[in-house]
Design a protein around this ligand. Structure first.
Ligand code: MG
Ligand code: ZN
Length: 223
């Protein structure tokens, strides 16, 4: 027989439910939005688990779009600069944000990062959120679009276990569909589940490393 441990009321320190934090964050996110709007800069918040393909998505989008738009990237990570180092190779301005212990970016960190960018010379800012499908959903950053990248390698229950992030997103990307059969995951079932959470969300199936689906993502973002 398996044992189940149930937490007592108040035992789980659940930052997501700290209403004051969220409220203060929402205010700062609105400030960020006013700031970027004043410069006509569009901001995209890219959420998703570690290894789902967030950095690869940003790399591909930047390569595709950098002739048409002036782009910068803000890369959030708990401690490493692995992604920031990859993104530097794209030759667009990039800001690394190390969150320390925090498993998400918040509007205050993004505000600091934005202050280091020359907004009047930019059209688009991609933000790579910390790899995590849970609390980034609660912390708005001031972005115009929120994307969530999942991968079929995360298994068939990734949507049902993390519905909130899909509810918060404008575009969902199901990545690594070339591996779907090996993973015994049906991408169309994931699409269905995502649409059940949020019927008006745009869903794109991709194999980003192979460059498949990038045009559809660009279209879904209206870029
Ligand atoms: Mg990454
Ligand atoms: Zn967090």
């Amino acid at each position: 027989m398996s044992e189940i441990v149930t937490s007592e009321e108040g035992e789980v320190l659940d930052i997501e439910l700290e209403e004051d934090f969220i409220k203060r964050n929402d205010e700062l996110a609105a400030e960020n939005r006013r700031l970027v709007d004043a410069y006509g800069v569009r901001v995209l918040d890219v959420m998703g688990s570690i290894g789902s393909g967030k950095t690869t998505l940003i790399e591909k989008l930047v390569s595709k779009l950098k002739d048409r738009y002036k782009i910068a990237v803000i890369a959030g990570d708990v401690a490493t600069t692995i992604d920031a180092d990859r993104l530097k190779k794209l030759n667009v301005p990039s800001i690394q944000v190390n969150t320390g212990r925090e498993c998400h970016l918040d509007a205050n960190l993004v505000k600091k990062a934005l202050s280091k960018l020359d907004l009047k010379n930019l059209d688009l800012v991609f933000i790579e959120n910390v790899g995590n499908l849970i609390c980034p959903a609660d912390f708005k950053l001031g972005a115009h679009f929120r994307l969530v990248v999942i991968s079929v390698t995360e298994g068939p229950y990734v949507v049902s276990k993390h519905p909130l992030v899909f509810l918060e997103a404008d575009v969902a990307i199901i990545n690594k569909i070339d591996l779907a059969e090996a993973m015994e995951v049906e991408p169309d079932k994931l699409v269905e589940e995502i649409k059940r959470v949020k019927p008006w969300i745009k869903v794109v199936k991709t194999s980003l490393k192979k460059g498949l689906g990038i045009d559809e993502v660009v279209e879904a973002l209206g870029l």
